[in-house]
Design a protein around this ligand. Structure first.
Ligand code: SAH
Length: 493
């Protein structure tokens, strides 16, 4: 339906009716007002392409406006009933109202849009033989796209956020205690979650149990304004491939008596718990890390498996949160790398070395580079425990470390695997890679926009010396706008 709105209707505070046509970044949808593609763009969060909505303009800039959704007048065919009653209030899943197939398509389109529009990459000139490459359909979760996280970090707060329906219920509500997840954009307000479909029914039951236990015993939640209260976070780890379960209670001070009482309660009501850790964070920053970790019972670690190897996961260790999809992501990366038995591989931004170890038995040697020293220690310990002898892990900042001396010491790589953080690679790192000109590069990214820019830079500084062979988005975070994307490149000789 052609949009009848005019750009002049888009005044701040004005109520408008419009039909959304496309998905936009960060889980919003957009409509174009005015002439074709050159029209003025209006973003509406919470709406879906195909929705006819009533919305109120709250931001007006030179080329776009943003409007707040007031009512869906005609729902889009892409809509499904969100599973969770906290949908829209909770920062956890923003796309539950979009059918899963449509979510996967949106992610694929996002990757393609980023490469073409932001990276200026002509996909028609790439592909193994230069005859074009397409972005493959997003590899989605097999089976139910829920309960996929192996780790959840719930927060305690003395500042509870009430949902509209909680207020409407007329019940007497305890506003000074919440255990759940943050409301988007509010560092202080926490939803008191009675249900959550991200981790497991066990962890949701645990949250409800811990809340009752804490209230019964008069243990106070953290007050972010006054920096008082005892309970700060409840971190739950439930590995995908073992039955182990870690509960990590983050408190503001050490209190062995209370912890003993909690341990007894936990063992009685949640006997599946294999280890209980008490992290003490007395600082102001609301993180689940602290100055001290006390193992209350059990080994203080859990184990999970990716590929052939088992990984030991400490309370503060980094580990991919969707084990099953991470393994598929690595399989895609390994396939695109076209490994040869005598390959020297650099695994740059290697975290705890899970990719390195996943590929180690297919190649001669892997050199991993990672900024966080603790992650490098994890990587070394993981490799040693698994008897993997052909991986070396180096800690340091890629920008400083990745020099000709580094290459002289470790050897000229045949394959580069890069998996940088959301910000992408530093332009100088891209240039160093361009100067190195390895035969194959596999770029794993959690942010297609920065990935596109990095590739643009790499192609420019090698004078088009690489061809994109394959592009495969993988969904590690269903119901969120996040997507991982893997791109395989080969040097043109
Ligand atoms: N490849 C890993 C994790 C990738 S996440 C896996 O699959 O599990 C990105 C990693 O890059 C993080 O571990 C982060 O600590 C690291 N990192 C961020 N900036 C860096 C830099 N400048 N130099 C080296 N590593 C960096």
């Amino acid at each position: 339906m052609p949009e009848t709105l005019k750009a002049s209707d888009l005044k701040r505070g004005r109520e408008i009716e419009l039909t959304l046509t496309d998905f936009a970044d960060r889980g919003k949808s957009l409509a174009r007002v005015g002439d074709g593609d050159r029209g003025y763009v209006v973003f509406v969060a919470g709406a879906v392409p195909g929705d006819r909505v009533r919305a109120r303009v709250f931001k007006r800039k030179k080329s776009f406006a943003e409007a707040r959704l007031l009512e869906v007048l005609q729902p889009s065919d892409l809509r499904v009933e969100p599973r969770c009653e906290y949908f829209q209030s909770c920062g956890g899943c923003k796309w539950q109202h979009v059918g899963y197939e449509a979510q996967l398509e949106m992610k694929r389109d996002h990757v393609e849009g980023a490469l073409v529009h932001e990276g200026g990459i002509d996909l028609g000139a790439h592909g193994p033989d230069g005859a074009g490459v397409t972005v493959l359909p997003t590899m989605g979760a097999e089976g139910e796209p829920y309960f996929y996280r192996n780790k959840m970090e719930f927060s305690f707060s003395a500042q509870r956020w009430l949902t509209d329906w909680e207020i409407a219920s007329g019940e007497a509500l305890d506003k000074d205690f919440a255990l759940g997840l943050h409301v988007p954009g509010r560092y202080d307000k926490v939803l008191d979650l009675r249900a959550c479909y991200l981790q497991s029914t066990w962890s949701a039951a645990l949250v409800n149990g811990v809340r009752l236990f804490a209230k019964d015993n008069g243990w106070k939640p953290w007050n972010v304004h006054e920096h008082t209260g005892f309970l700060r976070h409840l971190v739950v780890r439930t590995p995908a491939h073992t039955e182990e379960r870690m509960v990590n209670l983050v408190t503001s001070r050490e209190d062995p008596e209370r912890m003993e009482q909690f341990a007894e309660w936990l063992q009685e009501h949640f006997p599946e718990t294999t280890t209980l850790v008490n992290t003490i964070n007395s600082g102001k920053a609301s993180t689940a890390f602290g100055e001290k970790e006390v193992v209350v019972f059990g080994p203080g670690v859990v184990h999970d498996r990716i590929g052939a190897h088992t990984f030991e996961i400490a309370p503060s260790a980094f580990f991919q949160t969707n084990t099953v999809q991470a393994e598929r992501l690595y399989a895609v990366a390994a396939e695109m790398a076209h490994f040869q038995p005598d390959d020297l591989v650099y695994d740059l931004y290697c975290g705890a070395g899970t990719i390195s170890m996943y590929v180690a038995d297919r190649v001669k040697r892997v050199v991993g580079v990672e900024l966080v020293e603790a992650a490098v220690e994890n990587a070394r310990a993981n490799a040693e425990a698994a008897g993997v002898e052909n991986c070396t892990f180096v800690s340091g900042d890629m920008l400083k470390l990745f020099t000709p001396e580094f290459v002289a010491e470790h050897g000229q790589p045949d394959v580069l695997l890069v998996d940088p953080p959301r910000a992408g690679m530093h332009p100088k790192v891209t240039e160093q890679i361009a100067a190195l000109r390895p035969e194959r590069i596999v770029y794993v990214s959690c942010n297609p926009r920065t990935q596109a820019k990095d590739l643009q830079r790499l192609l420019a500084s090698t004078d088009g010396g690489y061809r994109i062979e394959a592009i495969q988005p993988v969904d590690l975070f269903p119901h969120t706008h996040h997507v991982e994307n893997v791109i395989g490149l080969r040097r043109i000789d």
